[in-house]
Design a protein around this ligand. Structure first.
Ligand code: ADP
Length: 446
């Protein structure tokens, strides 16, 4: 097994990887920026190396500095976490050139599935259901107008290299489509370095359902069933749960099997998530594949008992997956609440600063993934997510009651957080009945 792993990330996911390494008897080396200096989780790694100033470009996104740290620390592998460099094929390639194992897919597999246009083509071949839309990137406006006419309005324009819910445009008619196409491509080029855009049918009422998959370097792939991530704000997930409430199990199992087939055929080794939207009639359409561990992976870990981060590490080393498909059983129900340092009363404005009081919940079925402790200061430089509360119980009903109980115990002061919003959701009868969709939160917050 690897003897030393460098973690090219920060916060709760860095701590998650440190914990996996410790349990596998692997030394961990964590990098940090000046803004994260002194953060308590750093001392839990075997070594911590400062790689530059607070702005991500000068630290967590700076490939030469991370590689230099990896070489100084003499590590065998790099775990990229999520966000930052985790989905950059270029970074995976640099790691390979430096003979450091990238804990994730090969740059080739990342290219096949990480680009939304390339991925759709691969998905179609693997029998994964995709959206009606342009077969590839759009070459000209007239062609796009013809396709939109055929699939029917509204349609959505997206960037092939897009992410983070940015740069998407919904068009209700041909005039809007034509004018938006011109800007969308220019914007995509500026934001993602790739101007390729495509269109697909826009679903007004949908649920976001995604499938967790794992592949190894021996041609094996399994799925760990689905998560429902319909509770979103501005296309960003707020609550995730597993299994998806009220969905036909036969349909979902077939969907999960097609997702595993997709990554097997792409010769993909590592963890991936195949994301779908589901319409009112429970038809599924693939959105994209995320070629990394997801924020919400613990939900799946709680219901399947599989440690996804450890599997990532084993597979990167060259071991076979430790589980066979027939061993994967979903037990009970899990819910994750993202705890963000934001003020829901001020349009979710970030609320960084000193955490004078931090009292996380505990008790049966409660898992807290966070790097925050009393006395920690939430820096202004990064994402506002400061932790995840994950609750497991025998049924969805009990999971909701337990989540509400845990949220009630949770004290974070004086910064503002999303705890109260989550409590309100757990008490909402429509949520309790499973009547969720991707616009649920938007309607509630209006
Ligand atoms: P990103 O990579 O930027 O996160 P995704 O393609 O994963 O973009 O979409 C993010 C979210 O945007 C989805 O969860 C959904 O809420 C919304 N969305 C994307 N495509 C569609 C569509 N065709 N119809 C309706 N909503 C969509």
């Amino acid at each position: 097994m690897f003897s030393r792993i460098l973690i090219a990330n920060r916060g709760e996911i860095a701590l998650r990887v440190i914990r996996a390494c410790r349990e596998m008897n692997i030394e961990s080396v964590v990098v940090y920026s000046e803004a994260d200096k002194g953060a308590p989780y750093l001392s839990l790694a075997d070594e911590a190396i400062c790689i530059g100033p607070g702005p991500s470009k000068e630290s967590y996104l700076n490939i030469p500095r991370i590689i230099a740290a990896a070489e100084v620390a003499n590590v065998d592998a790099i775990h990229p976490g999520y966000g930052f460099l985790s989905e950059r094929a270029e970074f995976a390639q640099v790691c390979r050139d430096c003979k450091i194992e990238f804990i994730g897919p090969s740059p080739e597999a990342m290219g096949r599935l990480g680009d939304k246009v390339a991925c759709k083509i691969a998905a179609k071949e693997a029998g994964v259901p995709i959206f009606p839309g342009s077969p590839g990137a759009i070459e000209d406006e007239d062609e796009a107008a013809k396709i939109a006419e055929k699939i029917g309005y509204p349609v959505i324009i997206k960037a092939a290299a897009g992410g983070g819910g940015r740069g998407m445009r919904v068009c209700h008619n041909e005039a809007a489509l034509r004018s938006n196409l011109r800007n969308a491509s220019t914007e995509a080029k500026a934001a993602f370095g790739n101007g390729a855009v495509f269109i697909e049918k826009f679903l007004e009422h949908a649920r976001h359902i995604e499938v967790q998959v794992l592949g190894d370097k021996h041609g094996n792939a399994v799925h760990l069933f689905e998560r429902d991530c319909s509770m979103q704000r501005r296309h960003q997930k707020v609550i995730e749960e597993a299994p998806a409430p009220g969905v036909d199990r036969r349909k979902i199992t077939a969907l999960c099997e097609s997702a595993a087939k997709l990554i097997r055929e792409a010769h993909y080794a590592g963890a991936a998530t195949v994301e779908f939207l589901m319409d009112k009639d429970q038809n599924f359409y693939m959105l994209e594949v995320n070629t990394r561990v997801q924020v919400e992976h613990p939900v799946t870990e709680q219901v399947t008992g599989v440690d996804i981060v450890k599997e990532q590490i084993r597979v990167a080393f060259g071991e076979k997956l430790s589980i066979r498909q027939e061993d994967v059983v979903v037990r009970g129900h899990a819910i994750e609440c993202r705890i963000n340092a934001e003020d829901p009363d001020k349009n979710f404005m970030p609320s960084p600063g000193l955490v004078a009081r931090f009292e996380p919940p505990g008790g049966p079925g409660v898992r807290m993934d966070t790097h925050v402790v009393t006395g920690y200061t939430v820096p202004t430089n990064y994402d506002s997510m400061i932790g995840k509360l994950i609750v497991h119980a025998p049924t969805r009903r009990e999971a909701i009651i337990r989540t509400e109980r845990a949220l009630r115990e949770f004290r974070i002061e004086p910064i503002k957080t999303t705890i109260a919003l989550h409590r309100r959701l757990m008490q909402n009868s429509a949520f309790q009945e499973g009547g969720i969709d991707i616009h649920f939160l938007e309607r509630l917050l209006k």
